[in-house]
Write a protein that binds this ligand. Structure first.
Ligand code: C2E
Ligand code: MG
Ligand code: MG
Ligand code: MG
Length: 285
């Protein structure tokens, strides 16, 4: 009895394992195809200055519309793209899309001062990456401060020489931000050495703010750290007025989250821009 139930459980695990494996392999194949078949697209989430109410930028987030599965989460397909090395081609495509979009908004008189793009370790570690980023900026005739590269602490830990990689961007005037700040395993010492312009407070620290004393202290400490290092700070995943009030009271004035808007397609973002600052945009037109 016990033996047979053990065997059943084992075969259940085996089945689950092989299902997961074939699932991964099929997603991998599909992802190869996706890039050439218009299945990938970029959505944009506004970043707001709460003092003026103005849009100070956007974060570009990748989406995959799979023909049968529907929308696949980047949390699922980015790790696959990273393991297969496909992230280099995909990331390059994202950068081109984003630069093209900024230039188009400029032409339409819509002011998006800066767009932040997420970057994986393989991209940052690749020899050609810096040149590719600059090539996209030049091709779309954009100045370098229009782009911000978002790196997580784990990305920095993966690199042999994060400082050298990042220095190239800093020298070129491209902004660098630490994404999901505080969730990685890095020491604070790297902040002294690395040319970083902004910290992004991770959503997980804000979920129970206000209310959770420990989380409140952490958020305050990160804001203070950014101020003392003389760099920018933005809070991500802001969903409520109360969270925003807490941030405002503690001198963090840049926010991104569902409170102001979910990530949306470029066209919808343009409509949103016209709606939120119509007079300014009319003057420009
Ligand atoms: P991330 O860079 O930390 O992006 C923030 C995530 O939080 C996004 O999820 C965004 O949609 C979500 N978010 C924003 N505001 C709120 C909020 O108020 N509440 C909640 N619950 N969520 C909010 P998304 O778009 O699913 O992306 C997940 C992750 O996938 C990103 O985390 C980033 O690490 C990665 N990713 C997305 N696009 C790219 C890309 O082009 N390249 C690379 N390498 N990674 C990407
Ligand atoms: Mg990000
Ligand atoms: Mg983040
Ligand atoms: Mg995150």
């Amino acid at each position: 009895q016990a033996k047979s139930s053990g065997r059943n459980r084992l075969s259940w695990y085996n089945r689950r394992l092989s299902e997961e494996l074939s699932e991964r392999v099929s997603l991998e194949r599909a992802l190869h195809r996706a890039l050439g078949h218009d299945e990938l697209f970029v959505v944009y989430q506004p970043q707001i200055d709460v003092l003026s109410g103005q849009i100070i930028g956007a974060e570009a987030l990748l989406r995959w519309q799979h023909p049968e599965r529907g929308l696949v989460s980047p949390a699922l397909f980015i790790p696959i793209a990273e393991k297969t090395g496909l992230i280099n081609a995909i990331g390059d495509w994202v950068l081109d899309q984003v630069c093209r979009q900024i230039a188009e908004w400029d032409q339409q008189g819509l002011n998006v001062p800066l767009v932040a793009v997420n970057v994986s370790a393989q991209q940052l570690g690749s020899e050609q990456f810096a040149d590719r980023v600059l090539a996209h900026l030049i091709h779309h005739q954009l100045s370098s401060e229009r782009l911000e590269l978002e790196l997580t602490e784990s990305v920095l830990m993966c690199l042999d020489d994060a400082n050298a990689c990042m220095r190239r961007f800093a020298d070129a005037g491209i902004r660098l931000a630490i994404d999901d700040f505080g969730t990685g395993f890095s020491s604070l010492a790297y902040l002294r050495a690395l040319p970083v312009q902004r910290l992004k407070i991770d959503r997980s620290f804000l979920m129970e703010v206000p209310g959770n004393r420990n989380d409140e202290s952490i958020v305050r400490a990160v804001i203070g750290l950014a101020h003392n290092l003389n760099i920018d700070v933005i809070a991500e995943g802001v969903e409520t007025e109360l969270q925003q009030q807490f941030l405002h009271q503690n001198h963090c004035y840049a926010v991104q989250g569902y409170l102001h808007g979910k990530p949306i397609k470029a066209n919808d973002f343009a409509a949103y821009l016209r709606r939120t600052s119509p007079s300014e945009n009319r003057l420009l037109r």
